[in-house]
Every structure is written in C-alpha cells, then in structure tokens.
Write a new protein. Structure first.
Length: 129
C-alpha cells in the first residue's frame, strides 16, 4: 500500500511539473487586434528591449486595404500569412499600404531595429478599410 501511495505521489508531482514548464517554455499567443465599434483604425503601442518582438494578429477580408503608419525609425514591422505573405520581409516605412488578398487572420510583428536604444516604445496605427 505504501508503494502504491508513493507511485501515486510521484505521478501527481510529475504531472504538475509538466504543467509548470509548459506555461514558461512555449511561445505566447499573439495579441488580437480589436477595433472599436464603428472605427477602422486602432493604435498599437508597447515597448521592446533588445531582440524582443511583439506579435499581434488581425482579421481582414479580401479586397480591404490596410495602412500601417510607423512614425518611429527605431522599429520595423511585418505582416505575415502562410497563405498570402509567406515570405513577408520587415519594413520600416513611415507609411505602408497594401490590399488584403484573401479572407483570414494576418500576423503583425513589431521589432526593435538593431543599433537603437536598449529599450524603446512604439506607437503604430493600423487602418483597415
């Protein structure tokens, strides 16, 4: 009976250890970009250190036009979709506009440019019409 309790205790401990490591070791889900009711623009803001990237996701329909305004020269951004933009490169344009080719979710990444300050804040505007 003691052996059975010891085995049960070990199994319970191992299952909790797996939960704890899964919470700290995996990649975080991207933040969903939401628009206020009746609005076609939203502000995306945050701060990044060194090699950090921020990851967002937004939904759009085919034919909609997306404009990204990036007033800071310290950050690059990229829009990615496996179906539509599998090879999307990072861009640092102050304004970037493109048409959505297909309905679906699109990933939006922000990264701090190399050589800038160690920690910096970004503020970009995403417009979908």
């Amino acid at each position: 009976m003691r052996a059975m309790k010891a085995i049960l205790l070990i199994v319970i401990c191992l299952s909790f250890a797996g939960v704890g490591s899964a919470q700290h070791g995996g990649k975080a889900e991207p933040s969903r970009i939401q628009f206020s009711r009746g609005s076609s623009s939203t502000l995306i803001a945050g701060s990044l250190r060194s090699a950090q990237e921020a990851e967002y996701v937004f939904a759009a329909r085919a034919g909609q036009v997306v404009t990204i305004r990036n007033p800071s020269r310290s950050f690059d951004f990229r829009v990615f979709s496996e179906q539509s933009f599998p090879d999307g490169d990072f861009d640092s344009s102050p304004s970037y506009t493109f048409e959505i080719p297909a309905d679906g979710d699109y990933n939006f990444f922000v990264r701090r440019k190399v050589g800038g300050p160690k920690r910096a804040s970004y503020r970009m505007t995403l417009t979908i019409k």
